[in-house]
Design a binder for this molecule. Structure first.
Ligand SMILES: [Zn+2]
Length: 213
């Protein structure tokens, strides 16, 4: 799978497009675009490459990851996938936006399709395995593409850091367990695509992450 990254919104969130060349199927992961020009950049990429968008995937339902989920789902006639336990966060998106001082109006978000650990989605004939990685949020998930050797972890694991657990529904023990049991057990050379900042690998975090080893 090809993976393209767009850094968007005041939080520098990483929005990813999974695709496989011109005319292929595509999934858009964590579309946090908050401004018109950010949405246009993603739409232009989709139309330029003649992609057929099949799904909008959310690692978790925070406003900086989900602000344009409904926009894209409506535009391309697809569903928004996320963990069931993040449903209340979707309803609270406007409150989250307020809490973080975002001056853009964000509507509540209904999750269309819930995903849980061990679910398997398919895109361009390739498996996307859902890993349950709660802790940053209660319904947090990661998307693992074994054939491509990548995992999209949202705000669970960062380059030499981990996600916050002080926001509503956060749980330090849960995030530590998620990282140890679901992410550190993946092949060491798996590329970890994070929700903010640069990517890393499973082996590098197992060796150097100061929070969870
Ligand atoms: Zn988050």
């Amino acid at each position: 799978m090809k993976i393209s990254k767009f850094v968007v919104n005041p939080f520098g969130e990483n929005t990813y497009i999974l695709w496989n060349g011109e005319g292929s199927e595509a999934a858009i992961v964590d579309p946090g675009m908050m401004h018109e020009e950010e949405r246009t950049a993603v739409d232009d990429f989709v139309s330029k490459n003649k992609l057929s968008v099949k799904m909008v995937l959310l690692t978790h339902v925070h406003c900086d990851h989900a602000a344009s989920a409904r926009y894209l789902a409506d535009k391309y006639g697809v569903k928004v996938y996320a963990g069931e336990a993040d449903r209340p966060l979707g309803q609270a998106l406007p409150v989250q936006a307020q809490m973080f001082g975002i001056d853009v109006k964000i509507m509540p978000l209904d999750i269309d399709m819930t995903v849980s650990g061990n679910d398997v989605l398919t895109l361009n004939g390739e498996e996307i395995k859902v890993l349950a990685t709660p802790g940053h949020t209660p319904g947090g998930v990661s998307f693992y593409l074994p054939d491509s050797g990548v995992v999209l972890v949202g705000d669970t694991l960062f380059y030499q850091s981990i996600g916050r657990t002080d926001l509503p529904g956060g749980d330090y023990r849960a995030i530590a367990d998620s990282i140890k049991n679901e992410l550190y057990t993946l092949p060491g050379d798996t590329v970890v695509l994070t929700g903010h900042g640069s990517s890393t690998t499973v082996d590098d975090e197992k060796s150097f992450n100061p929070y969870v080893r």
